[in-house]
Design a protein around this ligand. Sequence first.
Ligand SMILES: NC(=O)c1ccc[n+]([C@@H]2O[C@H](COP(=O)([O-])OP(=O)(O)OC[C@H]3O[C@@H](n4cnc5c(N)ncnc54)[C@H](O)[C@@H]3O)[C@@H](O)[C@H]2O)c1
Ligand SMILES: [Zn+2]
Length: 403
Amino acid sequence: MTEITTNRPSRLTSGFDIPRPPGLTWYVQAQQPVGYEISLTRGLLNPANPALAKAVGADNRDGVRALVVVDKVVDDLYGTALRSYFTAWQADATWLVMPGDEETKALEQVVEVTRAMTEMGILRRTERVVVVGGGVLMDVVGMAASLYRRGAPYVRVPTTLVGQVDAGVGVKTGVNHGTHKNRLGTYFAPEVTLIDPEFLRTVPHRHIANGLAEIIKMALIKDADLFHLLEETVAQISSDTLADCGADMREVVSRAIAGMLDELEPNLWESVLERSVDYGHTFSPSLELRADPPLLHGEAVAVDMAVCVALATGRQYLSPADAGRALALIAAAGLPLTHPVFTAELLQIGLADAVKHRDGLQRLPLTDGIGSCVFVNDVTPAELARALEFVHAYADRTDGSAP
Ligand SMILES: NC(=O)c1ccc[n+]([C@@H]2O[C@H](COP(=O)([O-])OP(=O)(O)OC[C@H]3O[C@@H](n4cnc5c(N)ncnc54)[C@H](O)[C@@H]3O)[C@@H](O)[C@H]2O)c1
Ligand SMILES: [Zn+2]
């Protein structure tokens, strides 16, 4: 702490001289270290695997309590195995089963989790909240953990592809509010995220493609090797192959996570607004809000990425051949390239919203050759319209339409 002292009276712009005694202004500066682990493991629910027991402290003590919040769908599929695991480790789990859908992602859900924490009388430092579910439930429970007594330790077990390569990797929590997605939220790291690809075996294909959009994003902005690997393997990527976690699939998932962490770690609190991980996330929020029937997040991101590929091609950052490869990969992943409500006007609205979010500048990430990224601030409405035409012309030739 610095004590700011002055013997001179301060001069206000109003012209009044107000004498200020020394030592009435202090400047506080503190830093909070953040450390958390993300670990890929197999057979997480096999009692022979100690990872989850360790995460809740049940590996060296009997009767350890934990609040386990489980997505309803996940509970139907894995609830028995989960309960057997905690019993085998003699942990005393309290169960809270909640819906994990986007429509229920609201403050009320956060309050429900904190209510369960209060009822259980969870100890503030030594007893954990464990969340087992997709991105929705992880965001809800992470927010509850961050608010409860201003921060309680929690453990994430993501069960969707989006959860495993995106939502479970960073430190953001949040819920939808009013008509806005993730409008209320916090930055709050878990103690550990435990990723078991086996959970993906039951994830519907549309939700696998949803997660692939975020993986393709990482490939386009920073990992040309991942892009090649995806080109070679995209036809084989499925719930089963991801769950089997052979060498190729393991590399796809781990490169996506490593790339994401590489971008997030130096900018955890988003103090720098030029974020390459925002690729595909400039126009997509406006599309997500308006699409009816609703699009999944990754589907809207895919449509946004297609326009960004076209914008980069228009500026000669991408060759037409590489643009074709990028669009072909998005389509081969089962993702749309276009959407009827995604018009030139909507692109402008989306960009205007992004400018507000990015503090007055477009800061639009574009690919600068596959695997590299550049930020631009001067995209014009005419350029947006041309980019959209480019994508539509490609989609008409190849039928890359909305699902
Ligand atoms: N915090 C972040 O940094 C971050 C990053 C990306 C996304 N998100 C958020 O994550 C959410 C999207 O996450 P999501 O795509 O995982 O959606 P989700 O959590 O809604 O899960 C999708 C569906 O799959 C079901 N499900 C979950 N696991 C399953 C399994 N193993 N088998 C079968 N079904 C299963 C769920 O019940 C749900 O119906 C969005 O709300 C988004 O805002 C947050
Ligand atoms: Zn995203």
